[in-house]
Design a protein around this ligand. Structure first.
Ligand SMILES: Cc1cc2nc3c(=O)[nH]c(=O)nc-3n(C[C@H](O)[C@H](O)[C@H](O)COP(=O)(O)OP(=O)(O)OC[C@H]3O[C@@H](n4cnc5c(N)ncnc54)[C@H](O)[C@@H]3O)c2cc1C
Length: 397
């Protein structure tokens, strides 16, 4: 057994500057970034912040983010390292970057997010486009712009599939856009909201085929489980997300989806110097394990940072509590549906539709960067989010 001596400087390394990792970095920067004896480092593949919520807009040539991460962190004392994390050694507390650089940590905040699950069916990896990152969205944008006419199949009728199909149909009315999936669009919404969503997609010319299971992606078609094929010039794979196996390979305890299993304070249950945030974390609440959203991801980043600070100060970290409050969906640039929800994600009666819903969604999508700026100056404002009331009290179902 080896004994670790407390180092003179406590090195906090945050992996991933997505919605959750950025929230953690800004909070830690604002609270301890310039404290003597503390060093905070943020590692990310790109210098620019990837607004994943807008990647379907990037894919239709409507938007490319120009948000500079080191610029936002200016003055906080957080060091930014641009690079690709290739491995984490959770026993020796080392992170390998681009295969040749190594960073050592005393506390790790893991927020490397998720990607489109192209492993779900054969051929998706080779033949389908995704919205996993900016480069993938830009590649799709180039293909759509060159296409002129033909069929685009959006494979997967979850909210990413719905929003993407709508954007493509609105921007390229000459293309046939087909949305395929097991569930009807808006399946988790109230019938009124789902009906509005369906009608809005139809108005844009999106053809919807529900109740189908995709079995394979071919170079020019999608094969369904019943053996039939749907011809496609372009396939966008929106059939769910997966977490890359880096955390599992590091020996951290993960769930069946390779997400790091955390305790109530967002600390890894297997390694108490590792915190997990965002899509890469399996965060339990009394109503179940949280699903990957920006809505819940940013609070996990803030809370993990607060847990780290409390631990540094010799205080006990608090339990994380979160309740969902909305599911906002855009349908092109001028239409949308907002389904308000109970804290466990089930739909309430309250629904917003039309232009107002589109404006609501845009305001939500634009808010993270201004939230980070505000948190940098007033970190306490970042700790305001719905705690879920009776749905998340200990002992709740
Ligand atoms: C088109 C689309 C629309 C969406 N709309 C919504 C919505 O309306 N509302 C909502 O709540 N959620 C939405 N989501 C889901 C939301 O984007 C994710 O839940 C959210 O991005 C998760 O945040 P995160 O910080 O965990 O990960 P991410 O935002 O994915 O960030 C991970 C970061 O880590 C970096 N990274 C990953 N691997 C490495 C590596 N090995 N080395 C270095 N850097 C690495 C990435 O480049 C990225 O910067 C949408 C997703 C998509 C694709």
């Amino acid at each position: 057994m080896t004994t670790r001596h407390a180092p003179a400087v406590h090195r906090i390394v945050i992996l991933g500057a997505g919605y959750a990792g950025m929230a953690a970095a800004v909070q830690l920067g604002a609270r301890v970034g310039r404290r003597t004896g503390v060093e905070v480092t943020l590692v990310n593949a790109r210098r620019r912040f990837t607004e994943r919520l807008r990647l379907h807009l990037t894919a239709t040539r409507q938007y490319v983010a120009e948000l500079d991460i080191p610029e936002l962190l200016g003055g906080t004392g957080v060091r930014f390292v641009r690079g690709w994390v290739t491995a984490v050694d959770a026993d020796t507390h080392r992170v390998r970057i681009d295969d040749h650089r190594t960073l050592e940590y005393d506390t790790l905040v893991y927020g490397l997010g998720s990607v489109a699950d192209t492993g779900a069916v054969p051929g998706a990896d080779e033949h389908a486009y995704t919205l996993s990152g900016v480069d993938d969205a830009v590649a799709l944008a180039g293909r759509l712009a060159r296409l002129g006419s033909g069929t685009v199949v959006v494979a997967g009728s979850g909210l990413t599939g719905v929003e993407s199909a709508a954007e493509i149909a609105e921007q390229y009315p000459g293309l046939r856009v087909l949305l395929l999936g097991r569930d009807a669009p808006g399946a988790t919404m109230r019938p009124r909201a789902a009906a509005y969503l369906r009608a809005a997609l139809t108005r844009l010319g999106v053809e919807v085929r529900s109740g189908v299971t995709m079995a394979k992606v071919l170079p020019d078609a999608v094969e369904l489980a019943d053996g039939s094929t749907v011809d496609a010039d372009v396939v966008l794979w929106a059939g769910g997300t997966r977490v890359p196996p880096l955390a599992a390979a590091a020996g951290l305890a993960v769930d069946g989806h390779d997400r790091i299993v955390t305790d109530a304070t967002l600390r890894s249950v297997s390694h108490d110097d590792v915190y997990a945030v965002g899509d890469a974390a399996a965060v339990r609440q009394p109503y179940g394990t949280m699903h990957g959203t920006c809505q819940g991801g940013m609070p996990t980043g803030v809370h993990a940072a607060l847990s780290v600070v409390r631990t540094l100060d010799g205080r006990r970290p608090k339990a994380f509590r979160f309740g969902y409050y909305h599911t906002p969906v855009s349908v092109g640039r001028h239409d949308g549906v907002v389904q308000f929800t109970h804290p466990d994600g089930t739909p309430r009666h309250l629904v917003l539709t039309g232009r107002l819903a589109a404006r609501y969604k845009e305001a939500v999508t634009a808010s993270p960067w201004s939230t980070y700026r505000r948190m940098r100056a007033m970190p306490g404002t970042g700790a305001i989010w719905p705690r879920g009331g009776r749905f998340t009290r200990r002992g709740a179902r």
